[in-house]
Design a protein around this ligand. Structure first.
Ligand SMILES: Nc1ncnc2c1ncn2[C@@H]1O[C@H](COP(=O)(O)OP(=O)(O)OP(=O)(O)O)[C@@H](O)[C@H]1O
Length: 226
């Protein structure tokens, strides 16, 4: 599904070039559950911005299914991203003034659907993430773990090809983290492809494959032994 070949990425700043990704070769198949692990500044965010179609300024080839991403125009990238990937963030990024249901509806509205036609799909996802009946609440009435469940429902609702979870347990206590990791495991068991970014080896150990980055290079790529 995801096939990166010889990806290099540099940022220019103040007339200098900073080479932050070096010759990245990485293939991820549908159905995988992969963690990308590395210390702060190693290039994890830079890499997932490319994988998640947020950044098309790179050298090399990114083939996603039958599409060569580096050949897409900017205007083509946004609808491609909306249709293909669901994002989950450390700090949830829910809109505090909107109900849980309205937050989850957003990707469907971006895709051109009508709010009144999507409630059943929202309720289905709320049940899937363990929050049946929570749709009318405001995010601020929920615990951190519950808010992360809402953001997972939002990431899933448009049925993307894969999820990117960027430090999804970074703002949660260890027990709630374990519950969220259990939910990701269940989603993966149901067939959801998940790419999870973390600096925490314990979190990475709960996935099925770890890709380790150091100074912009993949230094290890291995199955997690269960
Ligand atoms: N927009 C930018 N302009 C210039 N340099 C950048 C930019 N974004 C990131 N960098 C640099 O690229 C390198 C990799 O950063 P990146 O954010 O990808 O690392 P990371 O592994 O995600 O770190 P963290 O875990 O702290 O988020 C760092 O040295 C960072 O300073």
């Amino acid at each position: 599904m995801i096939n990166l070949k010889n990806i290099n990425k540099s940022y220019s700043q103040g007339g200098n070039q900073f080479h932050v990704l070096h010759d990245i070769n990485l293939a991820i198949d549908a159905g995988e559950y992969v963690s990308i692990i590395g210390q702060s500044g190693s290039g994890k965010s830079t890499l997932i911005n490319i994988i998640g179609f947020l950044d098309d300024q790179f050298e090399g080839e990114y083939q996603f299914n039958d599409t060569q991403i580096q050949t897409l125009k900017r205007a083509e990238l946004t609808p491609f991203r909306n249709a293909s990937v669901g994002f989950i963030f450390q700090n949830f990024k829910l809109i505090r003034t909107m109900s849980v249901s309205d937050n989850i509806a957003l990707p469907l509205l971006y895709a051109g659907e009508k709010r009144r036609q999507v409630q059943a799909r929202i309720d289905e996802q709320l049940t899937r993430v363990g929050l049946p009946g929570a749709g009318d609440k405001l995010p601020t009435a929920l615990s951190g773990g519950q808010q992360q469940r809402v953001s997972i429902a939002r990431a899933l609702v448009a049925n993307p090809s894969f999820l990117i979870a960027d430090e999804p347990t970074g703002a949660l206590d260890s027990r709630t983290s374990a519950e969220i990791m259990q939910l990701f495991k269940e989603l993966n068991d149901q067939g959801t492809t998940i790419i999870l970014v973390t600096h925490d080896p314990n979190v990475a150990a709960a996935t099925k494959r770890t890709v380790e980055i150091l100074d912009g290079r993949i230094i290890a790529d291995s199955e997690v032994s269960s």
